[in-house]
Design a protein around this ligand. Structure first.
Ligand code: NAP
Ligand code: MN
Length: 265
């Protein structure tokens, strides 16, 4: 088996990364950063997000597992003290795979090229205006649903629902639900502007299309990235055909992770 280890870059994570590499090489596995079967991330959820984007061109071949050197993570759910155990699992047993849904984002630019760029997000895509409020039509399944006016919109995956989406009052969705969630950021609601006000959950194949209407400059984020896209005609979101594959070596149910992260023991 070919593996790669990525690190958040701090001393503790770097040291742990080198230890894991040494252990796995001693077990006869191959360190291969270009085409790994398994990517082990050391750091936090942000480190796994980064690894996802680094290897998003080979999601069918690469599985992920995360170790956290800070607080318990949603993607990074192994602790450094368990590293020996994890390494033995990796070396000795074929791992089970759990698949989580991803968000597909297709951004159409407003210039003469009408260029379309496709992104995959593991957590979410956000749309905000750089100055002033965002005015955007929200179409669902080809029909205008509302005209949004406010700070912005967040479209998240189920596994991203515990991140930015949660801070916006969105629901936590179990990652077995192939769906996307639209959450509002401070919508303006008065006699002139009206939005639904509640987060919406769309099933697979229901497309959400955002068309910014005012001439403000729009800022789009894809997970931790802010791609520079220029003037935007539309942003289309739906459940992606691709999935992320996590290597599972022991059960750690999603609701248990939610409880341990947000409520405590
Ligand atoms: P960051 O600023 O370090 O991330 C913010 C926090 O979100 C960190 O504590 C991070 O955990 C955690 N996080 C990431 N993915 C998560 C998930 N799926 N469930 C629960 N918590 C999660 O930046 P980053 O590490 O590169 O992460 C980028 C993410 O930050 C974005 O995708 C967005 O979801 C989130 N964010 C949240 C807010 C907000 O809540 N108001 C605002 C902006 C961005 P680690 O410390 O383990 O990395
Ligand atoms: Mn982080």
């Amino acid at each position: 088996m070919k593996f790669a280890v990525t690190s958040r870059g701090d001393d503790i994570s770097n040291t742990l990364k080198r230890r894991i590499e040494t252990y796995l090489l001693d077990f006869g596995l191959f360190l291969q950063e270009e085409e790994p079967d398994l990517v082990i991330t050391v750091g936090g959820d942000g480190t796994l997000l980064q690894a996802f984007h680094d290897y998003s061109h080979r999601l069918e071949e690469t599985a992920f597992v995360g170790i956290h050197t800070g607080h318990l993570g949603f993607y990074a759910d192994w602790i450094p003290e368990e590293v020996e155990k994890l390494v033995i699992h990796i070396a000795k047993t074929p791992f089970q795979v759990v698949e989580y849904p991803l968000l597909e984002v297709i951004i159409k630019s407003n210039d003469e090229t009408e260029k379309e760029i496709r992104y995959l997000a593991l957590n979410e895509c956000t749309v905000k205006s750089i100055e002033g409020s965002l005015v955007s039509s929200v179409e669902i399944k080809g029909e205008t649903f509302e005209i949004f006016r406010g700070d912005g919109l967040c479209i998240s995956t189920p596994s991203g629902s515990t991140a930015y989406n949660k801070a916006l009052g969105g629901a936590i969705l179990h990652p077995s639900l192939a769906s996307i969630q639209i959450a509002e950021m401070a919508s303006i609601n008065n006699r002139v502007y009206r939005t639904v006000g509640s987060p919406l959950v769309l099933p697979q194949h229901h497309t959400c299309l955002l068309k910014p209407l005012n001439n403000v400059r729009v800022q789009v984020s894809i997970d931790h990235y802010n791609p520079d896209i220029g003037e935007i005609a539309s942003i289309q979101c739906r459940v992606a055909d691709e999935k992320i594959r996590f290597a599972r070596f022991r059960p750690f149910p999603f609701w248990k992770r939610v409880k341990e992260s947000f409520i405590g023991d």
